[in-house]
Write a new protein. Structure first.
Length: 276
């Protein structure tokens, strides 16, 4: 049915100040590009990685990823129940029982909906798209909406995987209610992105178990940048991991070659080091 094209970060400014959040986004390479003229919802962009930042004074939770934007070729009100025009964002939306919202737009570009604030070229970290989310929720309504809007569904022992047309993948586990636990982002060059964010004081995990035996001439660089390799030199995902801080969600960024899918053993690995 659709592509997943942006994330929404929702927070209450009375409980969490703007500045640490905006500083964090800037250090990750995002730039504020536009703002809603009434609600002050902001659009932060880095290539095709888009985050809608929504200040919500009625929101009682911790600031976190609480929405996903979907490109829909058909009108969402024709496709599902309980869709409404969200006045804060000017998107049609479907809010689930767990307060997570799905937003619907006809195009990947959002510039026509908001007032431009910055059109100047910017130096980016290299993150160029979001590839997926790990979400835990026991909300059956949330799962039902995902079932309706995703292109494909796959089941495993731990996760239900919802795969969108553009290969964006949501890994849903329904044994707890932690919300969005992990963002997976794509970068052309994991080494340069690591250098960029390290220079700006963003902490990444120290990997003490690097096995580079299958990576040939890349082995020295992998060790030097302390990034985590999966696969081999011919088919790989080379990744780095930023633990939650100011942004309340863990972030993995990766470069890949012939290694398209986000694999469960990779997610299990990050969960294991998080609990150590």
């Amino acid at each position: 049915m659709s592509d997943a094209v942006f994330l929404e970060y929702r927070f209450n400014p009375e409980r969490e100040p703007y500045q640490p959040l905006f500083d964090r986004l800037g250090k990750l390479g995002f730039t504020q590009r536009s703002i809603h003229s009434v609600s002050n919802v902001e659009v932060w962009v880095q290539a095709r990685a888009i985050i809608i930042v929504q200040p919500d004074y009625t929101y009682s939770g911790v600031g976190q990823i609480m929405g996903l934007g979907i490109v829909s070729k058909s009108h969402p009100m024709d496709e599902m129940d309980n869709v409404y025009l969200d006045e804060m964002t000017d998107f049609y939306a479907r809010e689930c029982d767990n307060s997570f919202k799905f937003y619907f737009t006809e195009t990947e570009s959002l510039t026509h909906l908001y007032k431009s604030t910055n059109s100047a070229p910017s130096v980016t970290s290299g993150i160029n798209a979001f590839g997926g989310l790990v979400i835990s929720s026991t909300d059956t309504d949330f799962k039902a909406v995902l079932t309706q809007i995703a292109e494909k569904q796959e089941n495993s022992e731990k996760y239900t995987k919802f795969i969108f047309k553009n290969k964006f993948t949501i890994f849903l586990r329904d044994d707890r209610d932690e919300g969005v636990e992990l963002i997976v982002a794509e970068t052309v060059d994991v080494f340069s992105t690591t250098s960029y964010i390290s220079a700006r004081g963003i902490r990444t995990v120290q990997f003490d178990d690097l096995d580079v035996s299958k990576f040939g001439t890349m082995a020295h660089k992998i060790k030097g940048y302390n990034v985590k390799p999966f696969g081999n030199e011919h088919s790989y995902s080379i990744e780095n991991y930023i633990p939650k801080e100011d942004f309340n969600v863990d972030l993995v960024f990766r470069s890949r070659k012939k290694y398209i899918k986000i694999k469960e053993d990779t997610l299990d690995y990050y969960e294991s080091i998080e609990t150590q």
